[in-house]
Design a protein around this ligand. Sequence first.
Ligand code: NAP
Length: 261
Amino acid sequence: MDLMLKDKVFIVTGGSKGIGEGVSRSLAAEGAIPVIASRSVAASEQLVKELLATGRSASFIAGDLAEPSQCQAVVEQTISRFGRIDGIVNNAGVNDGVGLENGSPEGFLSSLHKNLLHYYSLVHFALPYLKESRGAIVNISSKVALTGQGQTSGYAAAKGAQLALAREWAAELLPYGIRVNAVLPAEVLTPLYENWLNTAFDDPEAKRKEITGKIPLEKRMTTKAEIADMVVFLLSARSSHTTGQWIIVDGGYVHLDRSLT
Ligand code: NAP
């Protein structure tokens, strides 16, 4: 299937590690130009170098997206480099463990800055260009928005809001032909996930085995490429009548009958 993405320009937040890295690689493989917006300078420079060396396109803009002015700078620099924006993958985030008992109102607000505010800010600043391109937006949310996790109110609230915004923006942006969808991963072994395993459990390897044993399809974690390919399909015109949807890519973890595992 030709996804018709050649030379199209997509901002991918957190696009050089974990799921974002997968999205950048899938976009580049389709001939599109991923613009990685991230604070991970070394990983981003390395990925861009690798993609360019293999004849792909890619670009990197450094910054901490929790600061709205940095989101504006990402949009301005993307336009000055490429003159267009065909879509946004809102992906950067951190499960920072701000709970009811172990947190504070200040910590909760800080978590929303790290996980939610930049989803809005980037789309807000990019909107004139998305209107021109009739672009597409994908919000990476999480199963935590649907199931809860415990001890992580800020992250859970942000993940839920990202789903609400996928619906809200799909409605607001109908007149411009801009489609908005959300993808919900559950268990993907990324640097963020490994950090959670290593800090929250005494025996991270035992916990990893326990979780993978409960994933119905093939008793394994979802790969970042499997998340990325869904995201890239949703960005492409091949999904031209899909908007306001929440797509759960998780090997059946959230919804299939528990007796199956
Ligand atoms: P990851 O491995 O930590 O990669 C995220 C990347 O984004 C990192 O390079 C990180 O930089 C960067 N980043 C984070 N906050 C940033 C900010 N404010 N400004 C600029 N860059 C920032 O994370 P991941 O596991 O791939 O997660 C990606 C998305 O998937 C998140 O929205 C997460 O909630 C969601 N998700 C993941 C899973 C999973 O199983 N992994 C499950 C459900 C949902 P640093 O390295 O400096 O932090």
